[in-house]
Design a protein around this ligand. Structure first.
Ligand code: ACM
Ligand code: ZN
Length: 757
């Protein structure tokens, strides 16, 4: 018992104490993102006030960062000397790479650039007790295990985005956000500064952007899908002054984070048009938007708008030295352009085919302006429509297609597909998660993301610069909420973009996350913790239907009940899959010996007539939304009411679906039920009707009537029905109508369990 404890403590203080046990050398080094190569050696270095620091001018920023990190506490003061030695090493070929050598007598940090040395410091930081993070470490010495690390990133672009238009956050929080990026070796902060709901950057030439565009009269309460819409009646807004922005950009620079501003055009411009109606096509007065969505008041393509945008960009360029400027380009409804004299004249004069080509003209003209100032543009993947501007980098958010198309056209791309990178989606299936926009993006899915689409050749894959997590803040009213949505998913993303993808091991990653959470506690970061949740699955094993459960955290027990009562420390320990012979409610919880962890997992299992049948579907579900495959539609388990990306829903993009269920023997059929997701803001539409056939009989059409809710239920009864085989045809809703979000795009069909009684 005693020995075991010693080893366990060693593990959990990250090799800090002088443990003599042999096991220590096999211990996983608990660093996030995981370094390329590390070897743990015998012994330790003692960090104390007798440790001297030495660094050349070229590595000054990183060395001084290290010194202040150590000295923010009162316990240790670093002197001068070669104990901790920063060394310029030009043989290291990656500017962001480093070697870190910890020996009993000294620590050597070698890098070609200060940027690389800074990342060595971030690694070293994680080898120290979490209490260093806020200066609360009281002991006069800290032991660091001997090891040698060679490390460099996989991708050059490692980003996080933050929308400050929907909700705004303090300068201090923006710095805290940048600190988190730097700690995780991420190098880009994409700052989304202008939106329909608020313009957040001071532009001195246009004071009404500050007076009018920066404020909305009130804000939508609850979810956009809740009808009727209700508002809070409170004025909301503000903006960052140019001085604040300069301060933030300099702060980021000192942490090797580049800030890329986004000035949205031609869409998401309603706040600007509220202040200067002449920038729109109609000239009509509009208000800063007070609810979420996509709005038709976009910039007109007349010359005056370009003059305004160039003036704005002139001030933006003064504040942001970044090579890239993000110009938006997404979600710009063309309704007003179609009816606008100036825009139609522009189409004629420029010999353009349609409004999509006008959008391309708009983006290309802005690109030309920015190129003339020595800058490059990034735009959301809509900038592919109507022709890509000659030098643009594409940010692919509507899945992978934009990335594939752009890379094939030899344009650089950054991957931010909604299915893997949208941190505004739910991260747990637990019903008590805070309100989110929708979707389902658990930690494991982010961890398993591969930014290089498999459709690309190795050569084309080189156009993938990296990936980014997007944080749209409609449903994140304050900074604590932002932290909850980004942690721990940002930890997984940092590994996606930094670490070697061939060494992925989710369980091992989770143990590092568990450890990292102690650092987040000291940093006062409000992370979500779903590590003690349970995942369940109904499977057939040796001709028996059984329910299998797992949890990702190592060395814990799952205790469960099938009588509807809450599991306690006295409930049965789960050892093998539980046989299921009738419909039940199963409850389970993770325990660390006596201690309850996480939340209660509750699963209704509905043993209807199709459970255990065979199912075929004519089309594969979309790669990002394949749940647990076709069998998931007849596994006795229904999906979440809000999270269509969970294991139970299947998503199809634009395809008509044909499903055949073979019950294996003739059965009486009294009713057939299923559900469709109808989250129209996310381009998901329930079908208007479905067709059902028994055996080889003809199809009969069943209309779907109640159509206004987020979930559309379907149920049909069959008096005296009897069959072995049931066939379904489920037509896709079709193209999304004008005036709706995603107008002109293919719609999604999301279907849940098909319940047959
Ligand atoms: C986006 O999410 N509209 C880029
Ligand atoms: Zn116009």
């Amino acid at each position: 018992m005693q020995i075991k404890k010693v080893v366990v403590i060693c593990l959990f203080v990250q090799l800090l104490f002088n443990c003599q046990e042999k096991e220590i050398y096999n211990v996983e080094v608990q660093i996030i993102p995981k370094p390329s190569k590390h070897i743990v050696n015998k012994g330790h270095f003692v960090l104390s006030s007798s440790s001297g620091l030495n660094y050349p001018e070229e590595l000054k920023v990183s060395a001084e960062f290290f010194k202040s990190f150590i000295e923010q506490g009162k316990a240790i003061r670093l002197g001068k000397g070669n104990d901790i030695n920063f060394i310029v090493d030009t043989t290291i070929d990656n500017d962001e790479g480093y070697n870190l050598e910890i020996s009993p007598n000294n620590i050597k940090i070698k890098a070609k650039t200060d940027h690389g040395a800074f990342y060595a410091v971030q690694t070293l930081r994680q080898l120290l007790q979490p209490e260093f993070e806020n200066g609360s470490f009281k002991t006069e010495q800290a032991n660091i295990s001997c090891m040698s690390i060679t490390d460099a990133p996989q991708f050059v672009y490692r980003g996080m985005h933050l929308d400050v238009g929907r909700h705004m956050f303090s300068v201090d929080f923006i710095k805290k956000y940048i600190d988190a990026l730097a700690m995780l070796k991420m190098n880009t902060f994409h700052w989304h500064l202008t939106e329909d709901q608020g313009w957040r950057i001071e532009i001195k030439k246009y004071p009404k952007l500050q007076e009018i565009s920066a404020f909305r009269y009130e804000t939508l309460v609850g979810h956009y899908g809740d009808q009727p819409h209700q508002f809070d009646g409170e004025k909301y807004g503000g903006y960052y002054t140019q001085d604040q922005i300069k301060d933030i950009v300099a702060y980021a620079e000192s942490r090797f984070v580049t800030v890329i501003p986004e000035i949205e055009l031609p869409g998401h411009a309603q706040a600007a048009i509220a202040a200067y109606p002449e920038l729109g096509c109609t000239g009509e007065q509009v208000n800063v938007a007070k609810k979420w969505g996509v709005f038709e008041d976009i910039y007109c393509s007349k010359n005056e708008t370009f003059e305004f945008l160039e003036d704005v960009l002139d001030e933006v360029l003064e504040l942001f030295p970044s090579k890239y400027i993000h110009i938006g380009g997404d979600e710009a409804p063309k309704t007003h352009w179609k009816n606008c004299k100036s825009c139609q004249q522009r189409i004629k004069d420029e010999g353009l085919k349609d409004e999509h080509e006008l959008q391309s003209y708009f983006i290309s003209r802005i690109e030309k302006y920015l190129n003339s100032k020595g800058r490059q543009i990034i735009g959301w993947d809509e900038i592919l429509e109507g022709g890509l501007a000659p030098n643009a980098t594409v940010m692919s958010w509507r899945g992978f297609d934009g990335a594939i198309e752009a890379a094939k056209q030899k344009h650089n791309v950054i991957l931010t597909p909604g299915s893997y990178c949208y941190f505004d989606h739910y991260q747990s299936e637990n019903g008590d998660e805070p309100l989110a926009i929708g979707g389902f993006l658990p930690l494991e899915k982010v961890y398993n993301f591969n930014p290089i689409p498999e459709e690309l050749t190795a050569e084309e894959g080189k156009y993938v610069l990296g990936a980014q997590g997007n944080v749209w803040t409609e449903y994140m009213p304050n900074s604590k909420h932002v932290e909850y949505m980004i942690f721990p998913r940002i930890l997984a993303l940092s590994e996606v973009v930094w670490s070697n993808s061939e060494e992925k091991n989710y369980k091992e990653f989770v143990s590092r996350v568990e450890n990292f959470n102690k650092r987040l506690d000291v940093l006062d970061i409000n992370y979500a913790n779903h590590l003690y949740e349970i995942e369940g699955e109904l499977i057939t094993k040796e001709n028996q239907i059984v329910y299998q459960m797992t949890t990702t955290s190592k060395g814990k027990d799952i205790r469960f009940t099938t009588d509807g009562l809450e599991p306690t420390v006295n409930s049965k320990i789960y050892e093998k899959p539980v046989p299921i012979t009738e419909s039940i409610n199963l409850k389970a919880r993770v325990f660390d010996s006596e201690k309850e962890l996480g939340k209660i997992f509750s699963q209704d299992i509905n043993m209807h007539k199709a459970v255990g049948a065979t199912i075929t579907i004519n089309n594969e579900p979309n790669k990002a939304y394949q749940g647990s495959g076709p069998e998931g539609l007849i596994n006795g388990i229904s999906g979440s009411d809000t999270r269509y990306g969970d294991k139970e829903w299947l998503g199809f993009w634009g395809d008509d679906i044909e499903i055949t269920i073979d019950l294996k023997e003739v059965k009486h059929i009294n009713s057939i039920e299923t559900r469709f997701h109808n989250g129209q803001g996310q381009w998901i539409y329930a079908p208007r009707e479905i067709e059902i056939a028994f055996g080889d009989d003809g199809f009969k059409t069943h209309k779907i009537s109640a159509y206004d809710n987020l979930i559309v239920n379907f149920k049909s009864t069959f008096e005296g029905g009897k069959t072995k085989k049931i066939r379904f045809r489920i037509p896709n809703y079709g193209t999304i109508l004008e005036g709706k979000q995603g107008a002109g795009q293919k719609s999604w069909t999301f279907i849940d369990e098909i319940i047959i009684n």
